[in-house]
Write a protein that binds this ligand. Structure first.
Ligand SMILES: [Zn+2]
Length: 401
């Protein structure tokens, strides 16, 4: 299937589908702008391929077929904490436990169909795991760049798919530009966080949310924000549905950052169009390492998405994230990674500020499972050992009202 790319900011169009950024400097995305699409046109297929008509490639082979199709769960136990009527779009149920699979499901098969290059990516974790899984399922070699010092737990998760893993020292943030350069000079296609084909895969999360709730449209959608790629994809999905006449009023996009690295929140509060990269002196450690991005490559586009939808960007602390992660588990039954828990902390901030009311629907999008993080939090769990002969007596006292 042929497609072209365009720039959200200046409108320039490109036929070279390997291109990532516009001459103006902003990231590109895949044009769709459907005018004749209805929910009845969805295909009778699993996962995100239900929306194949709106995607730039036909359904591929491999693990891509398992991507998307995650549940949207009404979760009333979280209403009080959030301050709205909560739905949870559990992206942790993708094949590698993260929304990244939606992007890999389009980007990896597309790049494989267009040449013999090795598939590569630059990632702290989830995107490396996902890209490696999708590449190997199509029998293609994969190369991942991870930062020096990546934990052995994460390396093991990536290594199970047997990609070549390069731990890179030096300024990790600069690798984004290096990766684009390497893609031009070597037989490798590095699929960065905002590769246009990735972004088009992400929009299927928005389609699924709106398809599930149709004819209603959610009032607010809350996402963790790092590179700005996922927010871009969700915004692209909103634009597609508006163009097709399937939604009248856009959901307000709420992006949530960690206070340890929040260039988008700062730019939003300053009224700036472009985020200012944060230096290492200005950033701190966080448990939400999936979103600790001091220089988001799609940051300006994510800010445009928020302003276009009348949304907001907020930052939350690690303490708020820990509390939210517990609430997700205890009140909702969901195991989410810290970056994902940030969404709950973020919307409760909006509610406190009067920007979300109790009767409004809010979709929290935990983008990654917490199961990959277990054992890394250093938390002791207190339990009691009881001999089986004493179980009945002990339980009687434990369960006594
Ligand atoms: Zn442009």
């Amino acid at each position: 299937m042929s497609f072209s790319l365009s720039c959200y900011r200046c409108g320039e169009r490109y036929e070279d589908t390997a291109r990532v950024r516009c001459a103006c400097g902003e990231p590109l995305w895949v044009d769709a702008r459907p005018t004749a699409f209805s929910w009845d046109d969805c295909r009778n297929r699993d996962g995100m391929w239900r929306y194949e008509a709106l995607l730039p490639i036909d359904r591929p082979e491999g693990v891509a077929r398992a991507a998307g199709g995650t549940p949207l769960v009404r979760s009333p136990g979280l209403d009080d904490v959030a301050g709205g009527r909560v739905f949870v779009k559990d992206e942790g149920e993708n094949p590698t436990g993260a929304y990244k699979d939606r992007g890999s499901a389009v980007a990896v098969p597309h790049t494989i169909a267009t040449g013999d290059d090795v598939v590569g990516t630059v990632s702290y974790g989830n995107m490396a795991i996902s890209t490696a899984a999708h590449a190997t399922s199509l029998d293609r070699e994969c190369l991942v760049f991870v930062p020096e010092g990546t934990s052995s737990v994460r390396l093991e998760l990536i290594a199970q798919y047997e990609p070549t893993i390069a731990q890179v020292s030096g300024e990790y943030g600069a690798l984004y530009g290096d990766a684009l350069d390497l893609s031009e000079r070597l037989p490798i296609d590095v699929l960065v966080s905002d590769a246009p084909t990735r972004i088009s895969g992400y929009k299927t999360a928005l389609f699924e949310i709106c398809d599930s709730l149709a004819p209603e449209t959610p009032d607010v959608i809350a996402l963790p924000a790092s590179s700005g790629g996922f927010a871009s994809g969700v915004w692209l999905g909103i634009r597609d549905l508006e163009s097709a006449g399937l939604i009248d009023e856009s959901p307000r996009l709420c992006l949530v950052q960690t206070a340890a690295a929040d260039p988008l929140t700062r730019a939003f509060e300053d009224g700036a169009t472009d985020p200012t990269p944060m230096s290492s002196d200005e950033t701190g450690d966080t448990i939400a390492h999936s979103i600790g991005n001091p220089d988001p490559p799609s940051g300006a586009r994510a800010l445009a998405a928020v302003r276009d939808t009348d949304g907001a960007v907020v930052s939350v602390t690690d303490d708020e994230i820990r509390t939210a992660q517990r609430r997700f588990a205890v009140d909702g039954g969901f195991c989410v990674e810290p970056a994902s828990a940030a969404t709950l902390a973020g919307v409760s901030r909006l509610a406190e500020r009067g920007e979300l009311s109790a009767d409004e629907s809010v979709v929290l999008v935990p983008t990654g499972t917490g199961f990959k993080e277990l054992g890394t939090g250093g938390r002791d769990v207190a339990t009691e050992t009881v001999h089986r002969a004493d179980l009945r007596d002990r339980l009687e006292s434990l369960l006594a009202p």
